[in-house]
Design a binder for this molecule. Structure first.
Ligand code: DX5
Ligand code: ZN
Length: 220
């Protein structure tokens, strides 16, 4: 599975959002991670449909929407209309996980399922047949710039074994605290979509992307 960097615009400078998204795209990034927070499932509130629609108009990058929202099924159709290419929901936030994933697929986009650090990966396994993305949170969802939770490495390994053993077509994505030091750990454990917020947007974006890509190259 090709390793892909997925910059999270949660750490972008919103005054310069267009310019920063363009920089990311011009530097060979194909997937943009879009964190939606509802102030209920997670303590913070981020951004939603209008911002997604504005970005969609200006880029052909794959827009990977991470819904940290209670009962996200309510917003799926609208998110797709506004330009989402994939929608990832939290296992812990859905009353009917299977129906939510099926609704996403019926809208014609890729479905993703995410687990928080305290949720065993095994709880997600019965739903992975419907998923293109399995997002293993490596920090408590809600804020950028947190420290990687080391116990999550074992969860990535377990998920990788399960996906391979069952021949599933599902990438493992990790999100939270991924930077120079933790990137090799998660890739070796089996993750292939790497979300990076602060590691991409803090400081020199071009240099940060180059550094991550260099590391990815040396690991593959
Ligand atoms: C956190 C979000 C992340 C966040 C990651 O709940 O889901 O996508 O932007 O930020 P970093 O890479 O700074 O930990
Ligand atoms: Zn995220």
């Amino acid at each position: 599975m090709a390793v892909e960097l997925c910059p999270s615009i949660l750490s972008a400078d919103f005054w310069r959002l267009g310019e920063q998204v363009r920089t990311v795209s011009e530097n060979g990034v194909r997937i943009l991670h879009f964190d939606v927070m509802d102030g209920d499932f997670v303590p913070s509130i981020s951004f939603g449909m209008p911002v997604l629609a504005s970005i969609r108009k200006e880029t052909d990058m794959f827009l990977d929407v991470h819904m940290m929202v209670r009962e996200p099924v309510r917003y799926v159709a609208e998110m797709v209309k506004k330009g989402a290419d994939s929608i990832t929901v939290h296992l812990e936030a859905c009353q009917d996980v299977r129906k939510t994933l099926q609704t996403i697929r019926d809208c014609g986009v890729s479905a993703g399922l995410s687990v928080k650090p305290g949720t065993p990966v095994e709880e997600a396994f019965p739903f992975l047949d419907l998923c293109s993305i399995f997002l293993i949170m490596t920090v408590e969802p809600g804020f950028g710039g947190q420290k990687y939770i080391e116990s999550c490495t074992e969860k990535i390994r377990k998920a990788k074994d399960y996906i391979d053993a069952n021949g599933l077509d599902c990438v493992i994505q990790v999100d939270g605290g991924i930077f120079e030091e933790t990137l090799p750990i998660v890739v070796k454990a089996g993750a292939s979509w790497l979300v990076e917020g602060s590691a991409v947007f803090n400081g020199d974006i071009v240099r940060n992307i180059e550094l991550a890509k260099e590391q990815i190259r040396s690991l593959s």
